[in-house]
Each structure stands twice: as structure tokens, then as C-alpha cells.
Design a protein. Structure first.
Length: 682
């Protein structure tokens, strides 16, 4: 009776079943009515079973934003004991300290929490994810058939409906890698080609199944924060019919009929549509489920699909339609479109697009604070900090991240981990390597399991940190570990279907190899990243890869090709307002021009790079541009220029935390003090 069996967030003890994800307590399969705060108290105690939970910790966890008396806690403990019964006794009072859940623990690990009691439905869902994981149009169509079979077996299976929505949106937007650039991990044999046999275990498929569970859990928490119910099945059906309509419109444009998915083991899309009558939703129900769908597409990197889903309420550059919405739904919409606007503005290089995103996010933050929603307010601040980071405003980004972390409830592990990793990125961009490493360590110390998206982001930043160490200390083992982390990032991103960020990891992998002059190995990764971003029409990321390709050509002595590549990068970044990235590409362009002997032009470009970087607070980039002027053009500088540059360089010596940069600064100062005869600029 006192043994607890735990499956992720599902706990069994005696006749009781506590489902943390769904926030329900069952006794012999029947719902036990509990007040929300009493249920939250039970969840905290069960999570810490066998250990004393101090009263102040319990109150902070259950009432994080409220000033309540200790008597409230005692009242809810009384309610719990009444609901659980006293035989056996589950909750023990520890005088003057707190409470302890007495049951012992026996944890069982399973592949996934099914979200359905129907074994056939879950089997079809798993097969659908196996087909989906191939990341081709044909694989998505095969997945549709199995997702449809899952809904036939269990008409209330929300994961299957979400899968249908996702497949149709990806097909409608062509959001999958071109066949010629599929990576080794996704270019596997199609299950239908081997008699529809499916492996019982597949790491990538399991990662995606975990991602589905994490998404559902986050959205449930969000709904609870907004005092809403998690989207019901009829809402998911409406989202399914909408996404099917988008897919049909896409086919009509190319004069095709709806694909019947004839090879699939279940009904065709048209048959499934006929099985469900048109769903009538209230405006609130419609907006809620569409925001959920849009957020999943944002996290998958499919910004076009997210824009399509929300186009009835918002278009880029305009204020969303909030008429008729209550303040909670308005806050949810503002935060969702504010996040989306920042990504769209970056990908499409929309002039003043980041400012539009800032306005939306500030509106969401203000409304969330009025509602007392600390979680949504902090989430908005994190996304606002990302807007500042994209624009190169690193000091403002740092301050905004820190402000969010300061007030973020300790229970919000995912947001905290994401904010810390993002802050580590800001510190690294600014050249504060020790601070960056400290933030990554702090994120790593959060012991709760992270979602695949957070894991992938961690791997990317760990790779960047190790790259810096490898460069400054010339240690091959750091490079190898950095490459391993990049590979892990690619695997995680591909498993959740985020092809945009998988391409970012590919670009980082290629650039790492360029850094260590492994050019033949680097080129395929950079080419694949470039083709992926081109297929996604992501102008900003194409520019980043062009910058990497310029370094590749420069290392190979192909100066004309290097100039062409970096010129493309600079031209793409000129109008997007992303000054931090522009400064980096201008620095690369200045170096290429130096190698070409176009000194006057190179000096002008490098001076501009320094000015932009300093304005952004990116002192590391500014320092590198200054070093380039001295190292490449030093013998052509007059005495006055030497004195001025020497004074500027002295300031960076006390600032930089990068060993290789410090060494370059000292060497540059020595060369300036040597004062050889100046040669007029050409």
C-alpha cells in the first residue's frame, strides 16, 4: 500500500493514481475532487517522497506569487489527509519543520507516456512518428495514414490530432529538407519499403515522442497559468480541419487533387474529413488551440506555418486584433506573435522587424504583470532579450535576461535553463568567456530533465565554448569534443523536426573544421547548411553560412571566391537591423580585402565594423577588427594613427578574457611601438 510507482509524471500509491501532467488524482479510476492548491501541495510532497519538505519551501512552491498565512498550508494538508484517508497514513507532520510523504519509491522507466489507454492507437502513433522521422514529403504522407489510424482507434487521442496538424502544415509549407541535403541520420530506409516493419526502439523517434509529451506538459502549465483548460479534442479536430484546408489550397495552386495516401493503412484525408462534421468553436476556443499549434511550429522552426495559423489575428508589422478577447487570451496572443515576429524579422531581414517584435512583447509583458502571471511575464522578457541580442544590443540583452532570472519562480526549470543558456550566448558574443562558462554551469546544475530543444541548444553553446578553448590553447581534444557536441545538436534538432536549427548546427560544425584547416571535411557541412537555409528562404542564416564559406575560401587561398561570398553576406545583412551579425561579416570582408591588397577599402570597412560593434557593446568583435587593421595594415599607418590605435588597444587588454586575443593584443602593441617607417596608403 505504501509503494509508489512513478512513470514520468504519473504516480501510483495504494488505490490512488496521481497524474501530474493532467493534474488529477484518481482513486480506483474515479476522480478525487481536490482544490487546485491542495493538488499542488500533494504534487510537491510526492515529488519529494521520503524527505521532509520545509513549510516555507512548500508555500513558495504552491503560492509563488502570493502573500499567504501558514494557516492556509495547514488547511490544505487537512484537506489532503481527508481525501487520502488515514489508513495508511500518507502525510506525516514533522513538528516545527514541515511535512513528509511517507510512501517508498519504485520508479519504472518506460519508452513514453502514451496519452491513450488504447494499445493499438499508441502503436499507430509510434509508427506515424517513425515515418515522420524520415523528413521527406513521402514520409509525412505515410505518417498521416498512421496518425489517422490512431484517431480511428482512439477518437480522443490528442497527440494523434497534433501529429495530423503538424504533417499537413509541413506539407503545405514544404518544410522538410530537399532530398539532396538529407543528413545521414534522416536518410534511412523507408519502413514501407521493408514490408512496413518497424523497430521497437529508435532513438530519434523516442526523442520526438518525448518532445510531444514535453509540449503537452508546457501547454498544460500555460493554460493553468491563464486559468484556461487545456485544448479539448473538439478544438484539436478544428485545428486538423484547418491545416487540411491549407494543404488542399496548396495543392489547388499546383492543380493537384488531395493526395489519398493510398499506401497508408487507414482512411484517406478526405475520408477522415467526412467522418468529422465541421467543428464550431467559440472565438476563445479557436484562438487558444491555434496559439498552441503556432507555438509548436515556432519551436520547430516553421515560421511560415505559424504565420498561416495566426493570420486571422495578426500579420507582420501590424498590431494584432484583440477586440472581443479577454485580457488572458490577449496576453497569450501578444506573447505568441511577439516571439514569432522576432524570428520572422530575423529570417526575412524585415526592416524594423525587431522593433515590431519588441512592441508586441512589451505589450504582453505589461498585460501579464497586470494579471499577476509571473511565468508569462518572464517568458516575454526572455524573448525580448533575444530581440535585443539579434540587434547586437548585448548590454541591454544581458540586463533583460538577468531581470527575468531574478523574478522567475524556481519551479520554472525550462524557462530558467533556456534563459541561462541564452545569457551564456550573449556573454560569449561580448567576449566574456568566464561569465559565459559560469552561466552554462549554472544551467547544467538544474537537475530536472531538459526537453530535446533545450538539450540541443546546450550542445551548440558547449561546442562554441570548446571551440574557443581549442583555438586559444591549441588542444585537439577540445576540438573533437566540440565536434561531438555539434553532432549531438544536429541529432536532437532533426529528431524534433527543427530543420532550421539543424542547419545552424551544421554550419557551426563546418566552421569548426575550417578553424582547424580541415577544409575538405568542412565544405560538405557548409554546403548542406547553405542549401537548407536557401530552401527555407532564411536570408539571415544564409548570410551567416556565406560568412563561414568566405573563411573556407580564404583558408584555401581562393580570394576572389572569398570576396564574393562575404559580399553576399554583407549585402543580405545591411537592411535587417541585425548589427551584431553585420559587424562580424564586415570584419571578415575587411580581412579578405586586406589579403587582396585593397588596403584603403579594407581600412574603411574595418573602421565601420569597429564602430558598429562598439555601438552594440560587442567589444570582442570591435577588438578583432582593430587587431586586423594593425596586423594587416600596420606598416601603412602614420605615426598619429599608430598612437591612436595603441591607446585603443590598451583598453581591450584589460577587458578581454580570451587568451588568444590577449596574446594578439600584446603582439600588436609591440609592433606599434617598433614604429617602422610609414608607407603612404595605396
Amino acid at each position: 500500500m505504501n509503494r509508489v510507482i512513478s512513470d514520468d509524471d504519473l504516480y501510483h500509491f495504494g488505490p490512488f493514481c496521481l497524474d501530474e501532467g493532467e493534474r488529477v488524482l484518481l482513486r480506483d479510476g474515479r476522480l478525487v475532487p481536490l482544490a487546485p492548491k491542495a493538488l499542488s501541495t500533494l504534487i510537491v510532497l510526492v515529488r519529494n517522497m521520503g524527505h521532509v519538505v520545509e513549510k516555507n519551501i512548500l508555500m513558495n512552491e504552491v503560492w509563488p506569487d502570493e502573500d499567504v498565512e501558514e494557516g492556509n498550508l495547514a488547511q490544505h494538508i487537512f484537506m489532503l489527509r481527508k481525501a487520502l484517508g488515514e489508513n495508511p497514513k500518507y502525510i506525516e507532520t514533522v513538528p516545527r519543520r514541515g511535512y513528509r510523504f511517507l510512501a517508498t519509491t519504485n520508479r519504472i522507466h518506460r519508452t513514453s507516456k502514451r496519452n491513450t489507454e488504447n494499445a493499438e492507437a499508441y502503436e499507430a502513433y509510434f509508427k506515424a512518428r517513425t515515418c515522420w522521422n524520415i523528413h521527406t514529403a513521402e514520409g509525412l504522407r505515410q505518417a498521416l495514414g498512421y496518425f489517422q489510424q490512431a484517431t480511428n482507434e482512439d477518437p480522443n487521442y490528442s497527440f494523434a490530432y497534433a501529429g495530423l496538424v503538424d504533417c499537413y502544415l509541413r506539407l503545405a509549407t514544404n518544410y522538410f529538407p530537399p532530398p539532396n541535403v538529407l543528413s545521414k541520420s534522416s536518410a534511412t530506409t523507408h519502413p514501407r519499403e521493408v514490408g512496413a516493419t518497424f523497430p521497437e526502439t529508435n532513438t530519434s523517434v523516442e526523442i520526438r515522442c518525448q518532445w510531444d509529451r514535453e509540449n503537452a506538459k508546457r501547454e498544460w502549465q500555460r493554460a493553468d497559468e491563464l486559468k484556461l483548460d487545456y485544448p479539448a479534442v473538439h478544438q484539436w479536430r478544428a485545428a486538423y480541419l484547418f491545416s487540411l484546408g491549407l494543404y488542399n489550397q496548396t495543392l489547388m495552386k499546383t492543380e493537384q487533387l488531395v493526395d489519398s495516401a493510398s499506401n497508408a493503412p487507414s482512411s484517406s484525408p478526405s475520408n477522415l474529413q467526412a467522418r468529422f462534421e465541421p467543428v464550431s468553436l467559440t472565438p476563445a476556443e479557436e484562438l487558444q488551440v491555434f496559439c498552441v499549434v503556432a507555438r509548436e511550429q515556432i519551436e520547430a522552426g516553421n515560421y511560415d506555418a505559424a504565420c498561416m495559423v495566426l493570420e486571422r489575428w495578426w500579420t507582420m508589422g501590424e498590431w494584432p486584433k484583440l477586440d472581443g478577447l479577454n485580457s488572458r487570451l490577449s496576453a497569450d496572443l501578444l506573447l505568441t506573435v511577439g516571439t514569432l515576429a522576432g524570428f520572422v524579422a530575423s529570417a526575412r531581414q524585415v526592416p524594423r522587424g525587431q522593433k515590431h517584435a519588441e512592441a508586441l512583447l512589451n505589450g504582453a509583458i505589461g498585460l501579464s504583470e497586470q494579471l499577476g502571471s509571473k511565468m508569462l511575464s518572464c517568458e516575454g522578457r526572455v524573448d525580448l532579450a533575444l530581440c535585443y541580442q539579434r540587434q547586437g544590443m548585448l548590454d541591454l540583452a544581458r540586463a533583460t535576461f538577468l531581470a527575468a532570472l531574478q523574478v522567475l519562480p524556481t519551479s520554472e526549470f525550462e524557462i530558467r535553463r533556456f534563459a541561462l543558456i541564452s545569457l551564456a550566448s550573449v556573454e560569449w558574443e561580448a567576449g566574456r568567456l568566464n561569465d559565459s562558462a559560469a552561466r552554462l554551469k549554472e544551467a547544467d546544475e538544474i537537475v530536472e530533465p531538459a526537453s530535446p530543444l533545450i538539450n540541443a541548444r546546450s550542445y551548440l553553446h558547449l561546442a562554441v565554448t570548446l571551440q574557443t578553448l581549442a583555438t586559444s590553447e591549441t588542444r585537439g581534444e577540445y576540438l573533437q569534443r566540440a565536434l561531438e557536441y555539434c553532432s549531438k545538436a544536429v541529432e536532437q534538432y532533426e529528431a524534433i523536426g527543427n530543420h532550421r536549427y539543424a542547419a545552424i548546427a551544421e554550419n557551426n560544425y563546418g566552421y569548426l573544421l575550417v578553424t582547424f584547416n580541415r577544409l575538405d571535411e568542412a565544405e560538405p557541412h557548409l554546403v548542406r547548411a547553405r542549401e537548407l537555409f536557401a530552401a527555407l528562404d532564411d536570408k539571415r542564416r544564409c548570410a551567416e553560412v556565406d560568412d563561414s564559406i568566405a573563411h573556407l575560401h580564404l583558408a584555401a587561398g581562393r580570394l576572389e571566391l572569398a570576396e564574393e561570398a562575404v559580399r553576399q553576406a554583407v549585402n543580405a545583412l545591411e537592411s535587417g537591423g541585425l548589427d551584431g551579425f553585420l559587424a562580424e561579416s564586415l570584419t571578415t570582408q575587411g580581412l579578405v580585402l586586406c589579403k587582396l591588397g585593397r588596403r584603403r577599402e579594407a581600412k574603411r570597412i574595418l573602421d565601420r565594423a569597429r564602430q558598429i560593434a562598439e555601438r552594440c557593446g560587442d567589444l570582442e568583435c570591435s577588438c578583432l577588427a582593430l587587431l586586423m587593421v594593425i596586423e594587416e595594415l600596420g606598416e601603412h599607418l602614420d605615426e598619429e594613427e599608430r598612437l591612436e590605435l595603441s591607446a585603443q588597444l590598451e583598453q581591450f587588454l584589460t577587458y578581454s578574457q580570451k587568451a588568444s586575443t590577449i596574446e594578439r593584443i600584446r603582439n600588436a602593441l609591440d609592433s606599434l611601438q617598433a614604429s617602422p617607417m610609414s608607407v603612404p596608403n595605396q
